[in-house]
Design a protein around this ligand. Structure first.
Ligand code: SF4
Length: 241
């Protein structure tokens, strides 16, 4: 008799999330190697995987909810954070899953996104399924965007930026931003901070990647000088997390 195939583990934790406190993490993509619309130079999942920009169901809602229910630390957690082996909005059922979690519990639900799909009407109109969204911004120009985030060929920086602007206007929850500093975008931190200021986020996370190739990393002194450009925005840097 063939052995029963165990469903892939897509729920883990607890994690300590600066936006939700003690939380369960849910990966609605569940792919190894990753399936993402970007291939960031600092990606902790490495550079292999499928590049895509079409939304689809990767993991059924029921499986996500079942694994959240089985998570042994679930009762101690006050939040559920969607972050994945690819941009969580690639999962077309992420909104229904978020709503079901909120119907079944008092947990706050958040999502971390690379913003590649934020401008799509079917994504924008559903954003309020979340309490918190964290949007990634690692560039201020098309050239740096291509160098750092290495997006799917159909995605341009101007599309990403207008998606962030539209999300800022239409989303009613806590709107947060995340900037990751690498050698390739160090020169653009002044411009990136200007865009962040324009978006007026409720909070900004400044991140230094730990697991990427050292050639992309900056020194402590360079990071401190870069973070000073964000001084007038409510920020938390990685060292504070
Ligand atoms: S968006 Fe996230 S998952 Fe996708 S390549 Fe970048 S860091 Fe990796």
């Amino acid at each position: 008799m063939a052995a029963r195939k165990e469903p892939m583990k897509i729920v883990y934790g607890p994690i300590i999330s600066p936006c939700l406190g003690k939380a369960i993490a849910v990966d609605p993509i569940g792919r190894h190697p990753k399936a993402c619309s970007f291939n960031c130079v600092y990606c902790r999942l490495g550079s292999h995987g499928i590049m895509l920009h079409e939304r689809a169901v990767f993991i059924e809602d029921d499986i996500m909810l079942e694994q959240i229910g089985e998570c042994e630390h679930g009762d101690d957690c006050c939040g559920v954070l969607f972050k994945g082996t690819g941009d969580p909005f690639l999962a077309s059922n992420i909104f229904s899953a978020a709503r079901k979690i909120k119907e079944a519990s008092s947990k706050k639900v958040g999502v971390m996104t690379n913003c590649s799909l934020l401008g799509q009407p079917e994504v924008l109109k559903e954003l309020d399924a979340f309490d918190v969204i964290i949007v990634k911004l690692d560039a201020a120009t098309e050239g740096t965007f291509q160098m750092v985030n290495r997006p799917h060929p159909s995605i341009s920086f101007s599309d990403v930026l207008s998606g962030i602007r539209e999300a800022r206007l239409s989303f009613h929850g806590s709107f947060r931003m995340r900037v990751t500093l690498v050698r390739e975008n160090l020169h653009e931190m002044g411009e990136i901070s200007r865009i962040c200021r324009e978006m007026c986020p409720d909070y900004l996370y400044l991140n230094l990647p730990e697991l990427c190739d050292p050639s992309h990393q900056v020194s402590k002194r360079e990071a401190q000088a870069a973070w000073e450009k964000f001084n007038d925005i409510p920020c938390i840097s990685q060292s504070d997390m």
